[in-house]
Design a binder for this molecule. Structure first.
Ligand code: MLT
Ligand code: ZN
Length: 458
């Protein structure tokens, strides 16, 4: 609980209107997309980096946790205030500060919705490629904290590949600038890369400089339908080996198709067992050629049917379906454990087989969809209340299989609370200790987002 004097001081820093302690407000800021929840003691909505800095300095004096939060769309509990404290919510810091068309960069505040930035730069013939499925709601600050990936990572990479520099408030309150506005900079350690993906445990980004690309001239999209998940997975691996790099290559299994079709009340797949969604971009000539080559390849790989999206509306329809899978799955069961395992691209069919066997052994329905082009599959263990122990066993077995195949337990959602217990399985004790020492050096009092990544180890 916060002392009344601390609440008063917080109100002085952000303004009384920007500090909430009412139970209704606290509930709204208590959870993310994982269904994990914990009530904060207060919610502060800072308007500047200086305000963030003052809050963190106060936290170091008064010893309360501070938990930064974007739009709460996170998939690993990264913004859930598991130890209480003050949630820092960035809805007031939501401005695009600059779009520099000459130097191909944009500077944004952390509360900018990613889809809004995409739209604004596209109106100028520019392109911000990172494209999380939640782009209409998630914010740039959250994307930076988690190093969000998304639907176009297969060709364009993830958030860290676009962040050139940051303004960061350190856990102890100092405001620093990392990186540069230039295409290159090797001045000192790469603190930008350290902060991006540090899940809000090492610093709070208050300004983000991202690089932009020219908007591709043409985009072509196709859906391919298969008689089995394995066939679709094998076709995805063949596309990746086929010397044409699509900008999106998504896999959706039967259960995910049925769930999203029910959710949107639309027939997307004509009853198929699995689907690939493939998109290419480039010049009109190149995309025409590439989509034709991919169509021929998927047919050879066993696709029973292929549909090309010929209009913008058709593309929108199919992408809306893909982006809606996550919420649609709740129609199957009240609870899901959503993992984001990643394996070498050539081993997708293998991991799907292993997951199928694990599901069978535990009597669980496991739904798979995601970024096949990255080898990054969202493995959703659907379950009821009271099945947690069984789910945990299945998760451990899935992670063990992923690591055996040379993969990673998290491709894009982060460790947060959900995977903290499993991180040592992948990185080992020495690497974990090195991470803890970095955290300890930057945050000696363990103020910023405690309980995340290292769970009980700060
Ligand atoms: C997605 O690709 O749809 C997101 O990462 C969300 C999810 O895994 O459910
Ligand atoms: Zn994803």
């Amino acid at each position: 609980m916060l002392k009344p004097s601390v609440v008063k001081e917080l109100k002085t820093i952000v303004g009384a209107d920007n500090l909430s302690t009412s139970p209704e407000d606290l509930v709204v800021y208590s959870y993310d997309a994982t269904q994990q929840e914990a009530l904060p003691w207060a919610v502060a909505r800072p308007g500047t980096a200086e305000e963030v800095s003052r809050i963190l300095r106060l936290a170091n004096e008064e010893l309360f946790p501070v938990v930064p939060r974007g739009a709460g769309t996170g998939m690993s509990g990264g913004s859930v205030p598991v130890r209480g404290g003050v949630v820092l919510s960035f809805e007031r810091m939501n401005k695009i500060l600059e779009i520099d068309e000459e130097n191909l960069i944009a500077v944004v505040e952390p509360g900018v919705v990613t889809g809004f930035l995409q739209q604004e730069v596209e109106a100028r013939g520019l392109f911000y490629p990172p494209d999380p499925a939640s782009h209409q709601f998630c914010t740039m600050g959250g994307n930076v904290a988690e190093c969000a990936g998304g639907l176009r990572a297969v060709k364009y990479g993830v958030t860290k590949d676009y962040v050139l520099g940051l303004e960061v408030v350190l856990p102890t309150g100092e405001i620093i600038r990392t990186g540069a506005r230039t295409a290159k900079s090797v001045a000192g350690y790469d603190l930008t890369k350290l902060i991006v993906g540090s899940e809000g445990t090492l610093g709070v980004a208050t300004k983000i400089i991202v690089r932009l690309l020219p908007l591709p001239e043409s985009v072509r999209t196709l859906s391919a339908f298969f008689g089995s998940a394995e066939e679709a997975a094998a076709a995805a691996s063949r596309i990746m080996a086929g010397r044409i790099l699509p900008r999106a290559l998504e896999f959706i299994d039967r259960a995910a198709l049925r769930a999203v079709e029910g959710y949107l009340k639309e027939d997307i797949s004509g009853g198929a067992e699995a689907m690939l969604l493939v998109e290419v971009d480039g010049s009109a000539e190149a995309t025409g050629r590439d989509i034709g080559a991919i169509e021929a390849l998927v047919i050879k790989a066993g696709a029973a049917r292929v549909i090309r999206a010929e209009t913008g509306a058709e593309r929108e329809r199919i992408w809306k379906a893909r982006r809606s899978i996550s919420p649609a799955l709740y129609a199957i069961k009240p609870k899901k454990m959503n993992e984001d395992i990643v394996v070498p691209r050539s081993r997708i069919a293998e991991i799907l087989r292993e997951i199928g066997a694990i599901a069978g052994r535990h009597g669980l329905l496991i739904v798979n969809f995601g970024h096949a082009g990255d080898g990054n599959i969202h493995t959703n263990i659907m379950h009821d209340e009271g099945e947690a122990a069984k789910v945990e066993e299945a998760v451990k077995e899935i992670f063990a299989a992923v690591l055996r195949l040379g993969g990673s337990i998290s491709g894009e959602h982060g460790i947060g609370l959900s995977k903290a217990a499993y991180l040592p399985m992948e990185v080992g004790q020495a690497a974990l200790d090195a991470m803890k020492r970095i955290k300890q050096a930057l945050d000696p009092k363990g103020i910023l987002n405690p309980g995340k990544i290292f769970l009980n180890a700060e």
